[in-house]
Write a protein that binds this ligand. Structure first.
Ligand SMILES: [Zn+2]
Length: 1059
């Protein structure tokens, strides 16, 4: 390794270089006001008058024409919201603008701001919440602050024993030893779930053995396994913030107080003068791998019952079993915090975003109960008359069961006669356990015709395979590969549970400059081709015989798939069209009156004369300029219209791209990312090396659980509402999230804002209702309910935060903001908000301590590493060395990700393999993502959900190399590993090391939504760069600070905010 231990340069003695590549430093005030979420800020999107807060919900990416609803009557639209307070405009405090924030590189000691300035500064930092009801300087009165602190905190006992001398010894971590934290670093205080939670409104949760039978239409196995009460509730003692050895109410970052860190922070002029090189112990800063391990140790293998309101679930990385007892499983909904602040003022003060990440079709493990389906027949689902919320555990039955009060809007509704049931002595319906909609957090309703387009029942969806047969795709062998694969793959189309065959219809199109449609009607002996060469007015030349049942037309289809590669074998056509291909797909679905999905296999930028023709607009000179954002903005016009057409028809577009050069990913991927589709990219596709990788993606894609023609509405109890949505979605208005399709991997991140005061007693309730068409063509409503706590204590909020969910929100909001603002501004906002969130905690929730000590909320102690990693991702880093298409691709992919995926992407797993216990079933524990943790004699697997690397240290033992690669030593491996035979799959060898490694990789690939191509890199090879950019704790290869530097920087910002 290039260095042992961390050699610290006091961060403030340098100009920018310490922060590695954010040229202007983080600290300077952005010249422009800030972006979307962070604000409802003035001027963020469409520019409102300067100085006015935007009262309305933030924009949604596409312009919002008047709502054109295609659902009628009492569908999900055209509903009156309960009265909300219109947000009054208020004078805008130019955030980050005025406060005397020193630029990062300032060498001069800061003059402490006056008390009033502090207030202003804190106020001005408050970006998070829309319309402040009062001047900002009053939002944070000191008296208020004085009342707050230590509400639930034990006395300070700054937990970390000093590490000895300022030079904390040369802790060189040549061998990864993640399980043995250094002395004084018991990071994982027990999470603070107990005590604060209380069951959702209504009677206490059922004891064991409830849920015996279900009402009409219920299916699935009856009864739940016995559930011990209070699995996670109640075991926590008292305030519960401080873990063993942890300081006070927060996490006093062990080591942060230590002399090693203290030096730089206490630095006055003297320190600055001569930068003494000090070694800092990298183990002393909060570790993500440790946090993950601790949560797994504490909550892994347990049953998580959802009967407690505001309960913080185990981490996404922890293995646990969910038992639905009235709130949606965290697999469906995860929140940035499980305790909302009662007032908008508090929310504004802390700037912690209030958001829920909803993955409505999340895959649940086999040992968890699938969703029950409730069928009320022609009556349809029971709803609140006023807010239209669906029957759920938050409805309170009164008046002997004749009426119910809505938990969302308090409206009292009559119970329809068919639904009447008596109440027991506790006021609960006696059929409570028999009806999923009364007792569960998640369930489905069969929808009536009212919920169908034009009051006509829906049809099963269709999958259309559209293959680019231009020269590049034919020559690479791709066309033949696809056709071969489809013959078997089409037998695996998704089907309803228990159904014998799939009802999904299939159709086939090939194209280059013109389109070829195929008639594959079962009655035909041979498939028939019909050519459409008029690209300007796309139409589908045949109705009957284009979309067919695979089983019925199997022989004709196989015949076609045999013929296609030969038909185009001699093609010279290198130009392609693209937009007309999508148009053709939509027209076909329209003609068949069904929803569906297009699988488009495309090679190059569409340059043929046709609508949607694109040109190369990749310009590296724009990087790090104001115009960089234009690289990521899709071409407007036709593609925008196509998205709308697709959404209106329930047509999702999955794009498989095989480019050998720039293809304008930002535009080509645009329709997919507005239709719940996925974009897969295989640059410089080579059959032998990438074929299997592509096929696994295709197989996953065709088989995955999916719903079509979906529209989602998130309802909330009074006092707050959903204001912004991030995902592969389309918004025609501000409330209805339209998704042409939504599959098991797609998540929508929903941000909430206050419009009134929330009550601690009733909490904050939310209901996500998703109306969609199943793969067999049934119209259904999928309901997910979640109840959160509300508190007037910010400490409760910080205690109930979830870092993984927070970072999902920040990733999506930043990736959207970069379309409208310079990257530098976006990065500055991220840093500033990080500092602000942590400063507010320090100010309001932590015990008093030396300013030199960095104190982080326990639940957010690794937030800085994720945030720093986010800023170093390709889209945000602004480096000319990265491909514009790759950056655009990552940007688009992240927008639809759930919490698991963003967590893994921003903190990859780095697993040491050289000393794994082959006899054990347990996987080796991951180590921190830093070069520090690599060893010359080691072998490591690194994985982030998109890339998979096997890294070989240059001193790897011959035995290890032999056991995995079947060659005597590293020297015997080919010099160019990219060409080597085992590049995409390791040799199958009959020894324990090989078996274990291969099964590990197989299991990984199985778990992830996308396939990953295994890349083997040797230490010091050129390709090692690709690997090293994922070592997120280190300084970024393309710019961006190391974790340590970032933490120092953030700490300094926090101190600036607090002084
Ligand atoms: Zn209501």
């Amino acid at each position: 390794m290039s260095q042992q231990g961390y050699v610290a340069t006091p961060p403030y003695s340098q100009a920018q270089s310490g922060m590695g590549g954010y040229p202007a430093g983080f600290g300077s005030a952005p010249s422009q006001p800030l972006y979307g979420h962070y604000g409802g800020q003035p001027q963020s999107f469409p520019v409102p008058p300067t100085g006015m807060m935007k009262p309305a919900p933030p924009p949604t990416g596409l312009p919002s024409p008047p709502a054109s609803s295609h659902y009628i009557s009492n569908g999900q639209q055209n509903e009156a919201h309960p009265p909300r307070y219109a947000a009054p405009p208020a004078a805008a405090a130019s955030p980050y603008g005025q406060p005397p924030q020193s630029p990062y590189h300032s060498m001069s000691p800061q003059a402490p701001p006056q008390a009033q300035q502090v207030t202003n500064q804190m106020g001005a930092m408050n970006l998070g919440y829309g319309p402040p009801p009062a001047p900002i300087s009053q939002a944070l009165p000191t008296s208020h602050l004085a009342q707050q602190p230590f509400h639930s905190a034990p006395p300070p006992a700054m937990g970390h024993p000093p590490l000895g001398s300022p030079c904390t010894g040369p802790q060189s971590h040549r061998m990864p030893s993640p399980q043995s934290p250094p002395a004084g670093q018991p990071m994982g205080g027990p999470p603070s779930m107990g005590g604060m939670g209380r069951p959702y409104p209504g009677p206490p949760p059922p004891g064991a053995g409830g849920f015996q039978q279900f009402g009409p239409g219920a299916e699935g196995q009856p009864g739940y396994p016995q559930q011990p009460q209070g699995q996670f509730g109640g075991q926590m003692a008292g305030p519960g913030m401080a873990g063993p050895g942890m300081a006070g109410p927060g996490m006093a970052g062990p080591g942060m107080a230590g002399p090693g860190m203290a030096g730089p922070f206490q630095g006055g002029a003297a320190q600055m003068a001569g930068p003494p090189q000090k070694k800092l112990d990298p183990d002393s800063i909060p570790s993500t791998t440790q946090v993950i391990e601790d949560d797994q140790a504490k909550r892994g293998g347990q049953v998580y019952a959802t009967n407690v309101r505001g309960q913080v679930p185990p981490l996404v990385t922890t293995n646990f079993t969910v038992q639905d007892q009235g709130n949606a499983s965290p697999r469906y909904m995860r929140c940035t915090t499980y305790s909302f602040p009662c007032t908008a003022d508090l929310a504004k003060q802390c700037q912690v975003p209030l958001a829920t990440i909803i993955k409505p079709f999340a895959t649940v493990p086999k040992n968890e109960t699938p969703l029950y389906v409730v069928n009320h027949g022609e009556a349809g689902p029971i709803r609140c008359n006023r807010c239209k919320a669906y029957m759920c555990p938050y409805m309170q039955f009164i008046d002997g069961g004749r009426r119910f009060q809505c938990g969302f809007c308090s409206c009292v509704n009559e119970v329809p006669a068919f639904y009447f049931q008596h109440l027991d002595h506790m006021g609960r319906r006696v059929d409570f356990y028999e009806r999923p909609e009364l007792s569960l957090g998640s369930y489905e309703f069969v929808a009536t015709l009212d919920y169908c387009k034009n009051n006509k029942s829906a049809s099963p969806p269709a999958y259309i395979f559209m293959i680019d047969v231009s020269y590049a795709n034919v020559k690479s062998g791709l066309v033949r590969l696809i056709c071969e694969e489809l013959k078997t793959l089409l037998d695996n189309l998704p089907r309803e549970e228990g159904a014998e065959s799939s009802t999904v219809k299939v159709g086939f199109v090939t194209y280059n400059k013109i389109l070829h449609f195929y008639n594959v009607k079962s009655a035909l002996a041979q498939p028939q081709m019909m050519v459409v060469s008029d690209m300007a007015e796309m139409f589908v030349p045949l109705l009957d015989g284009f979309l067919v049942n695979f089983q019925e037309s199997c022989s004709v289809i196989n015949n076609l798939l045999d013929q296609i590669p030969d038909m185009f074998a001699d093609t010279n056509e290198s130009e392609t069209v693209f937009a007309p291909v999508i148009q053709a797909g939509v027209e076909a679905l329209k003609a068949a009156e069904c929803s569906g999905k297009l699988f488009i296999f495309h090679s190059s930028i569409p340059t043929a004369e046709a609508p949607g023709k694109l040109k190369n607009r990749d310009d590296k000179k724009l990087i790090n300029t104001e115009k960089e954002k234009t690289l990521f903005q899709p071409q407007k016009g036709l593609y925008e219209q196509l998205s709308k057409d697709c959404v209106a028809q329930g047509c999702s577009v999955d794009l498989f791209l095989f480019p050998s050069q720039y293809v304008d990913m930002a535009t080509m991927g645009d329709v997919s990312t507005h239709t719940g589709g996925t974009v897969h990219k295989y640059s410089n596709f080579q059959l032998e090396l990438d074929g299997e990788h592509f096929l696994s993606d295709l197989r996953k894609d065709v088989r995955k659980a999916i719903g079509f023609d979906a529209i989602m509405r998130v309802r909330t109890s009074t006092g707050f509402r959903a204001t912004d949505f991030f995902g592969a979605v389309h918004m025609n208005n501000t409330t209805d999230v339209e998704m042409a399709a939504v599959d098991c991997d797609k998540a929508v991140t929903v941000e909430f804002k206050h419009d009134d005061t929330l009550s601690e007693e009733t909490g904050a309730l939310m209901q996500c209702a998703l109306l969609y068409t199943t793969i067999s063509g049934q119209r259904r409503l999928r309901i997910h309910n979640l109840s959160l706590n509300c508190s007037s204590q910010l400490s409760e909020l910080y205690k109930s935060c979830e870092t993984d969910a927070l970072i999902n929100f920040f990733a999506k909001s930043a990736y959207r903001a970069m379309l409208n603002q310079p990257l530098k501004t976006v990065r500055e906002i991220l840093v500033n908000q990080t500092a602000h969130m942590l400063a507010c905690y320090r100010k309001n929730c932590a015990s008093p301590s030396a300013a030199s000590q960095l104190i982080l909320p326990d639940a957010m102690k690794v937030f800085p590493i994720y945030m720093n990693s986010l800023m170093k991702t390709g889209p945000l880093v602004g480096s000319a060395e990265l491909s514009t298409d790759d950056r655009a691709h990552q940007r688009l992919s992240v927008m639809a990700m759930g919490v698991e995926e963003t967590q893994l992407l921003l903190y990859p797993r780095l697993v040491p393999l050289h000393n794994m216990d082959v006899a054990s079933d347990v996987l080796p524990a991951p180590v921190r993502c830093s070069e520090e943790r690599l060893t010359d004699a080691g072998m490591f697997l690194l994985e982030n959900g998109h890339s998979l690397f096997l890294w070989l240290g240059q001193a790897c033992t011959p035995e290890l190399v032999q056991s995995i690669f079947n060659v005597p030593s590293l020297a015997h491996m080919p010099s160019d590993l990219n060409k080597c035979a085992f590049q995409s799959s390791l040799p199958v060898l009959d020894n324990p090391q090989s078996k274990k490694l291969r099964s590990m990789i197989e299991a990984l690939l199985d778990q992830r939504p996308k396939s990953m191509k295994l890349l083997i890199v040797r230490q010091k090879d050129r390709s090692e760069m690709l690997f090293r950019q994922h070592l997120v704790e280190d300084k970024g290869l393309h710019g961006g600070a190391s974790y340590m530097d970032f933490l120092c920087y953030v700490h300094r910002e926090i101190r600036n905010l607090l002084t």
